[in-house]
Design a protein around this ligand. Structure first.
Ligand SMILES: *[C@@H]1O[C@H](CO)[C@@H](O)[C@H](O)[C@H]1NC(C)=O
Ligand SMILES: *[C@@H]1O[C@H](CO)[C@@H](O)[C@H](O)[C@H]1NC(C)=O
Ligand SMILES: *[C@@H]1O[C@H](CO)[C@@H](O)[C@H](O)[C@H]1NC(C)=O
Ligand SMILES: *[C@@H]1O[C@H](CO)[C@@H](O)[C@H](O)[C@H]1NC(C)=O
Ligand SMILES: *[C@@H]1O[C@H](CO)[C@@H](O)[C@H](O)[C@H]1NC(C)=O
Length: 468
């Protein structure tokens, strides 16, 4: 009490208070709502037009502080990058899961995903361990095509810039999301979840098959009530992760090519690559029925024609210049399942003939491919193929339309250390960006999957009934 009275009435202390209040008032004037970027308003305003134009929906759906985030104290760089960032975010909203469920992907402008920003991330993204907005996506059980990446690798193609992937399990306790590839997963007993907010994701681009000896693992009760999201080729997944996408070509990709000459130069007609002979989809049996009517060259383990398996590129090149039709038949018929067979070959210069359980017209523009499902018998299909082969105009109509589109599939590139090298594969471009978006808006995506086994059993693979 004595000290308090003494302090309060001392004139030195009064002066101190007056000065302190003055300083606070002056500081407050500087740190008004517009905040620390205000001293650089010219740049801010110069960039703001873009920002406002894109902002309406954008802001309503986003937490503002998150959007601006810690980049703000580095606003020069932020502004430098913001035009791209915002252009990307608009695309992103249009491209987010909700949007994709309602629309066909191939007519959605995905250019921002496809061509990663030519943007070098500020160094603090890599070095500042306390970087609060950072979201780590840990591939705890990575699929075969994800390279081992001990360091944090930024998801550079995502409109949300704060996500990083790694396969280094030392990041387990910091990871915002942990991804398990279902096909490869052999962990019998789940590890503890280091923090309650960590999201566990079960992923695959392949259907669950009886020959996955370990597929029982994640079906067992220890794994119930643990996964938050599914990320599969199935359209009822939380995050849709397909083998690839078909998309419109960008203006820069529409070369003025002599398509007539390309087609006329092709010496052969029908080709298939079959490496697994006895499949549930009875692919070989179907082709044998077709062969009663048309001549089909069969490469791979089940055909008379051989090509080195390691020379994937050479095979594509040969087929591209030689054949008019490529038979991309799936091993198995499963709801929604369209494998890399269709996506990889779609971008080459021939017409695909597809056969499988997927809804092809949902992912590939009608009139640019042929679906065996549209024909009652193999003879009907053969008749139609022969018609297209001999009727140049009819073939060219499909071929020209197809030439407006292309496809993206996995294309692996390694990222070294802190150097941002663009990974150019679908899993960054779409599905992982969606994971990143969700992690930044976790409150909207709160979920636990009670019975993962039941989820699997909801949509199954089946035997085809078209062998006639
Ligand atoms: C505004 O920004 C653009 C692009 O960043 C630049 O080309 C232009 O010179 C800037 N204008 C002013 C007035 O600073
Ligand atoms: C803006 O970013 C680009 C790409 O990272 C860089 O080349 C350029 O020098 C930056 N400009 C300024 C003014 O910082
Ligand atoms: C197919 O061949 C054409 C030339 O005839 C070429 O322009 C195109 O890039 C090739 N496509 C692929 C996927 O190899
Ligand atoms: C396939 O996709 C198309 C286009 O999205 C849709 O109209 C159609 O209902 C789908 N068919 C099935 C069987 O789901
Ligand atoms: C994820 O699942 C776990 C385990 O059931 C649960 O505790 C957690 O709340 C879930 N997270 C979200 C964001 O839904």
């Amino acid at each position: 009490m004595y000290f308090f009275c003494f302090g309060f009435f001392s004139s030195a202390y009064r002066k101190f208070i007056v000065v302190l209040v003055g300083v606070i008032v002056i500081l407050a004037a500087f740190y008004r709502v517009p905040g620390p970027w205000f001293d650089n308003h010219h740049q801010y305003l110069n960039g703001s037009d873009q920002y406002l134009r894109g902002s309406d929906q954008y802001l309503r759906d986003r937490v503002f502080s998150r959007v601006l985030g810690p980049k703000f104290d580095n606003h020069h760089q932020y502004l430098n990058g913001s035009d791209q960032y915002l252009r990307g975010s608009d695309q992103y909203l249009r491209g987010s899961d909700q949007y994709l469920r309602d629309r066909v992907l191939y007519d959605t402008d995905l250019s921002e995903y496809i061509h990663a920003y030519n943007y070098k991330l500020p160094s603090e993204y890599h070095t500042d361990a306390s970087y609060k907005e950072r979201k780590i996506l840990l591939w705890y059980v990575p699929p075969r095509y994800v390279n081992s990446t001990p360091h944090l690798q930024p998801l550079t193609a995502c409109p949300d810039r704060n996500c990083f992937t790694t396969t280094n399990t030392a990041y387990m306790k910091d990871a915002a999301a942990v991804l398990f590839n279902a096909q490869i997963m052999q962990i019998q007993k789940p590890m503890p979840r280091p923090k309650s907010q960590q999201i566990w994701i079960l992923h695959d681009t392949e259907p669950e098959k009886p020959d996955w000896s370990h597929s029982v693992t994640f079906r067992t009760p220890p794994w119930w009530n643990l996964f938050n999201w599914t990320m599969f080729y199935r359209e009822d997944s939380d995050i849709f992760a397909s083998y690839g996408i078909v998309r419109r070509k960008l203006p820069s990709e529409l070369y003025n090519r002599d398509l007539d000459a390309i087609v006329k130069a092709k010496p052969k007609k029908f080709v298939a690559l079959i490496s697994h002979c006895g499949t549930e989809g009875k692919r070989l049996e179907y082709i044998q029925l077709l062969q009663k009517h048309i001549q089909i060259d069969i490469y791979g383990g089940c055909g008379p024609l051989k090509w080195s398996r390691s020379d994937d590129k050479g095979f594509m090149h040969m087929v591209n210049s030689t054949y008019k039709f490529y038979l991309a038949f799936e091993n198995s018929f499963c709801d929604d399942y369209i494998s890399e067979k269709a996506y990889r070959y779609y971008k080459a210069d021939f017409i695909l003939v597809v056969r499988g359980g997927g809804n092809y017209t949902r992912h590939i523009p009608a009139g640019t491919f042929i679906d065996t499902r549209d024909f009652k018998t193999t003879k009907d299909l053969a008749d139609h193929l022969r018609f297209l082969d001999t009727n140049h105009d009819a073939y060219m109509k499909m071929f020209r339309k197809k030439d407006l589109y292309t496809s993206e599939t996995e294309a692996l590139k390694t990222v070294h250390g802190n150097t941002v090298v663009w990974i150019h594969y679908q899993f960054e471009s779409r599905a992982l960006c969606e994971v990143c978006y969700r992690l930044n808006h976790l409150q909207k995506y709160s979920k636990t999957i009670e019975r993962i086994d039941k989820w699997f059993d909801k949509r199954l693979c089946y035997f085809p009934d078209d062998l006639k």
